[in-house]
Design a protein around this ligand. Sequence first.
Ligand code: SF4
Length: 460
Amino acid sequence: MISKMLKNNSFTPLVSEEEWHNMYPNVDREYVWTYPLIHGSQPFDPRDIFGDAKVPIASYDTVVYIHVPACLFRCPMCPFYVEIVKSRDDLLGYADAIIKELKMYAKANVLKKLNLKTIYFGGGTASLLYPEDIGRIIKNVKELIPHKNEVEITVEAHPKTIDYNYMSALTAYGVNRVSFGIQSFREDTLKTLGLRQTPELNKKALQDAIKLGFKTVSADMLYRTPGQTLEDLKQQIDEFLSYGITSLSAYSLELSVREGSLRSLQPDDNVDREMFYLINDKMNEIGWNHTAQPDYSHPDHIHQETVVTWKAPQGQTIGLGAGSCSAFNGVSYYNVHDINEYLKVVSEGCLPVLTGQTYTIEDAMSRYLVLGARSFDMQGKPFRDTFGVELTEVFGPEIRLLEEQGLLRRNGTGVEVTRKGKYYVDNISKTFYTVANRCHLQPWGEKMKGAVATSYLHID
Ligand code: SF4
């Protein structure tokens, strides 16, 4: 069964070295979130997902990521594949398809060896699912995948789509973490960026979530917004923290071509660096962990999804739903990026995988560091235990180069990102790309919209 693409067969287009990698001292602004890169043009056999792994597996800690690629409106800067829906009713049947897809993994008998750490409902707008549907998915995931400790269960929510009753229902279904796309409390910033939430809705969402007693309340914050000063940012951070959140993701704003005119109003690279360290210093001062760039958490609220996905050695990610991305059993793969196609394929008993890549041993070793850099600490022992060779031996030249630049330092048999290197984490990641991955861009969902496969793996 060789899956072939019908259209969009180059999701990670080849670009020149110059376009691909901004060499230090320039900061690379391409956010490295997945690796190895799936080109979409190479043949892929989806049976590898369920077969014997072709590379050693370092960790069976598992994220189940449920993707809901639907929104009520489109934000101007959005790079993701999303479909615009009118109401929650437009997603009726989606939860059943997710559960059916999960059961295909159970039928293939690959779930029993896993250790479920976290279930993450992301999007799009995950809060467009009804709470009962979220509850049914949680129940099925927990029944089918072994877990030793309490499972972290996150729902991403847009402040415009939820209220106290909605969130109260989530707590009843075991959701213990909510993550809000707050972005800013300033009305002028929200308006300039074309975002639909208001400062009042943002405040209400956080206050309600704290009142309801979710274990962790997290917020996304944008900085380097048009016209923002360091003093404005200081006030924003204080305002975010004043609501009692215990986790914060701070993103330096990247404007797409559609908002090119706003770019000239953004603080320049020097101010951007100052803003990065202003946030970093503030979080250190209050004792929070920089779990991964761009995520900060109170030490009792470390975000498990980030840890399993990025921290070396990375665990397993089972992505369910249209447009999801998985990294499982030594294979990275994407589901079809089309909700109707997804529902149809799953209803026919087939795995809705669009395309993927089975790792080579070089991919697996390089992935340890490419993604591990986001979490800063890449220890030597798990690498040696997994691959039978020292990390510093395999990547000697790359490590020396980054040491000379002051971005990385050795830590026993492993390496760690320095304070200076934290600002250059994507430069560091790209230094460890294999030749086959170099000059390919990260895949952003919008590029894959509407791509379907000519055949799918039927699960009996
Ligand atoms: S930025 Fe988020 S809320 Fe806005 S359209 Fe994209 S996925 Fe939806």
